[in-house]
Design a protein around this ligand. Structure first.
Ligand code: KE4
Length: 439
């Protein structure tokens, strides 16, 4: 394994591209999560992905543990997805009218996700979350929404309070531009805190329209839920006539075909989907009980619309992805690869005496530089982000691309192999030893 083979000097074209981008794009990026804000330095510019690999514009190759922040569970350029997009493209990209492809994808989502009886396709996770919140309020006639610190549901005004992901990375959980009244009905609780949850329902129960959460948060880094917390959430929402909304944009089709709700045997009222469901193209979805979904216009009065909602290209990519996952489920393989990776990382960190936490669920994982268990947003933020940054750069300069923030989940794809995991562990042993020396 080469030591630091991708030095600053080998990243000149990315540096020049970044300077050029900054002249016309805010921060040089189209999403802050890519800005390397949490690790310092400048983002890489990529030109190609192939299987488990990414290639930057300086010609460097990286083993990819980001997978475009989750969508690419099958790796880059899976032939079945590429062929589906190419075939669809020849007939057109969008009609602004219904296609049978959309119905096929909706039927497959209903088949795979236990709680979804009907579903609406949109263009992003944010749009799906925004619509799900509006639907919960329209269905219940109530205004209050409960969210949890550190959970991220896209850049929805009403949910941009103590949001995770890049909102945490950049330390701006409450964004300028969000008017106070937009969050006046958002009740913020601590994830995994049963007592606080019970107290909130005791005080506000009859005003709560819905509770939205990532059932297994990825946007604080990966945080495992207490099973009793999820169980109590279902009991309290049911008893108080509030809707339970699972944001499975990351976990949907990632931790299993039925997502986290299948793994934890939970039945939310509404599920938010994104990332994998679009197979790498812009697609989100929200779905749930038929009686709730029938409130969505034009079946019902709750408005939601979109020019490119369910567009043929994104739907073709999503359909091919879900069909591949259903026919050749990679979950046992992903479980094996990611377990080997995380166990190896734990041994290496332990050997050099680095305090660490290494939660894993299926093929999503996070290496927290933290001596204590990370159970919520507050404990996540006590992690040593300087050490994370040193590890990130040590791995990147050895050809391994990790999420550029302590507060994100990393992903193994079905295109990874045991040999590539072994190479990763070899590089990590060196990088972790350097973290100890410098951090
Ligand atoms: P999008 O609007 O980015 O498609 O989805 C928003 C969203 C909703 N819910 C969850 C649980 C999410 O994780 C996300 C988006 N995730 C971030 C990274 N964790 C996307 C990366 C980015 O913002 O560039």
């Amino acid at each position: 394994m080469p030591k630091r083979s991708i030095q600053e000097s080998q990243r000149n074209r990315s540096r020049q591209a970044f300077e050029r981008a900054c002249r016309v794009i805010p921060g040089g990026v189209n999403s802050p999560a890519r800005a390397f804000g949490g690790v310092g330095g400048q983002p890489l510019f990529f030109v190609r992905g192939e299987g488990p690999y990414l290639f930057d514009i300086d010609g460097n190759r990286y083993l990819d543990y980001v997978g475009s922040w989750g969508p690419l569970i099958l790796g880059h350029g899976h032939p079945r997805i590429v062929e589906a997009i190419q075939r669809t493209l020849r007939d057109g990209t969008t009609f602004g009218a219904p296609t049978e492809l959309e119905t096929q994808l909706a039927e497959l989502i209903v088949e795979l996700v236990p709680s979804i009886q009907m579903v609406r396709l949109v263009c992003s996770g944010t749009e799906a979350a925004m619509s799900a919140i509006r639907l919960a309020r329209g269905f219940t006639g109530r205004d209050m929404i409960v969210k949890f610190s550190g959970c991220y549901h896209g850049h929805v005004d009403s949910l941009l309070v103590a949001a995770g992901s890049s909102a945490t990375t950049l330390g701006v959980p409450n964004s300028p531009g969000v008017p106070r009244n937009a969050t006046a009905d958002t009740l913020l609780l601590r994830f995994n805190d049963l007592e606080q949850l019970r107290g909130a329902f005791q005080e506000w129960g009859d005003r709560i329209a819905g509770v939205v959460l990532e059932p297994v948060p990825g946007n604080m880094g990966l945080v495992m839920p207490l099973e009793e917390f999820l169980h109590e959430l279902r009991r309290l929402t049911h008893n108080h006539g509030a809707l339970l909304i699972f944001d499975e944009v990351i976990t949907g089709f990632r931790v299993g075909l039925g997502g986290a709700q299948e793994s934890y045997k939970q039945q939310p009222d509404i599920t938010i989907l994104g990332k994998i469901v679009g197979g790498g193209l812009p697609l989100g979805a929200y779905g749930g009980r038929a009686d709730i979904m029938k409130k969505v216009m034009p079946a019902g009065p709750v408005f939601q619309a979109g020019t490119l909602s369910g567009n043929p290209l994104a739907v073709a990519a999503g359909l091919a992805t879900l069909q591949q996952l259903r026919q050749h489920a990679p979950y046992a393989w992903l479980e094996q690869l990611c377990r080997t990776l995380v166990e190896g990382l734990g041994q290496s960190a332990g050997m050099v005496g680095l305090p660490h936490q290494l939660p894993r669920l299926g093929s999503m994982w996070t290496l927290f530089f933290n001596a204590n268990p990370v159970t919520d947003y507050d404990t996540a933020r006590t992690s040593d982000t300087k050490r994370f940054s040193l590890f990130f750069w040590g791995m990147l300069e050895r050809g391994f691309y990790l999420p550029c923030s302590q507060f994100e989940a990393a992903f193994v794809s079905a295109a990874h192999t045991e040999e590539l995991i072994a190479q990763t562990l070899s590089a990590a042993r060196e990088a972790l030893a350097e973290v100890l020396d410098h951090g």
